[in-house]
Design a protein around this ligand. Structure first.
Ligand code: SF4
Length: 334
């Protein structure tokens, strides 16, 4: 059955041209997000997750950043290379983004309600009074009393500021929400509240979401699909169950092994050895080969093809063929 896609990214390539060389941030990334679903992008810092989200909104700082290739479609329409005016309508209207630190998204010298109302007035018809009424509705929706709209960001705690940012991001009922580590800067208890709120809002409004995170716990909590990113490519993708219970890629296995095991607290943590490769000088073949315990001769010579375990779940890894990946192969978590 044909999937109903809100976002499709095909063969995206993004470079940052710096004095120290060309940083290959995204290297042929493919990704689709289905309507109404939350799609987790997981990987270490520097894997290309944020660059991918910024590319969707054409917010890559240029120079030094340049999208050098690929196609990005929103609800079936190509949005790559749109004129600034058309892109501005999409930003905050059809697609919204939530950043890690809410303070970077809020203006410290404007009241909370004026900031939300400003977004609403830019994208929707109606006067200031209508926008404020809508703003109060949004504040209530994220669990904040509307009277607090008269206050300034510094009068709010970190968790409350992130609620304001979520209210602002959802004010125009975007088709797609790009959430970039939205809970990382918050205390653990507040993180749980904000994730719960995002889940509730997704269920209520059916908003499609890209959830960027390095935290597999966040993925397990809110995502339907997962794409694991390494060196600017999706190296494993599947449903939550595929990736968590039938892990096939050695890098994904490494991410799981580096998590503390609450059932067996004496078990040693096994961090992935080495560091992310230098993006100005990526390794040949499989970019994970210098860190991979399973690396073979072919791994440094040829880039691995996509191998499918089922219609959804695939890995880019030389360990498998389309037949043996179904049986479990080397990494057998299921
Ligand atoms: Fe490891 Fe080779 Fe698979 Fe890359 S292709 S993850 S180096 S086994």
């Amino acid at each position: 059955m044909e999937k109903d896609l809100i976002l499709s990214i095909e063969d995206l390539k993004v470079e940052y041209r710096t004095d120290d060389g060309v940083v290959n941030a995204v290297n042929g990334l493919d990704l689709v997000i289905e309507k109404g679903q939350t799609h987790g992008l997981v990987g270490e810092t520097g894997a290309g997750k944020t660059t991918t989200a910024l590319s969707v909104l054409d917010l890559i700082q240029s120079p030094p950043g340049v999208i050098v290739g690929g196609e990005i479609k929103l609800d079936g329409q190509s949005i790559r290379g749109l004129k600034d005016r058309d892109m501005e309508k999409i930003r905050g209207g059809e697609v919204s983004m939530i950043f890690q630190d809410p303070m970077t998204s809020l203006n410290p010298v404007m009241t909370i309600e004026d900031q939300i109302a400003e977004v609403i007035r830019y994208h929707q018809p109606g006067d200031y009074k209508d926008a404020i009424a809508k703003t109060h509705e949004m504040l209530t929706m994220v669990g904040l009393p509307p009277r607090r709209g008269k206050e300034y960001p510094h009068q709010f705690s970190g968790g409350m500021k992130q609620r304001v940012v979520i209210a602002m991001a959802l004010a125009c009922r975007p088709k797609l929400l790009l959430a970039d580590e939205p809970t990382t800067a918050l205390d653990v208890t507040i993180q749980a509240q904000v994730l719960e709120l995002m889940k509730e809002l997704k269920e209520k409004y059916g908003t499609s979401m890209m959830m960027i995170t390095h935290d597999l716990g966040v993925v397990a909590e809110v995502c339907d699909k997962v794409s694991v990113i390494y060196s600017g490519r999706v190296i494993e993708h599947g449903n939550l169950e595929d990736v968590f219970d039938f892990t096939r890629h050695p890098y994904t296995e490494g991410l799981f092994n580096s998590l503390p095991n609450l059932q067996n607290r004496t078990a040693e943590l096994k961090p992935i050895k080495g560091l992310m490769p230098d993006p100005t000088d990526l390794p040949s073949g499989c970019p994970f080969h210098p860190r991979c315990d399973y690396a073979m001769d072919i791994c440094s010579k040829e880039h691995p093809p996509k191998v499918f375990r089922n219609d959804e779940h695939f890995v880019e890894c030389h360990l498998y063929t389309n037949n043996d990946i179904k049986k479990g192969g080397v990494i057998n978590r299921g």
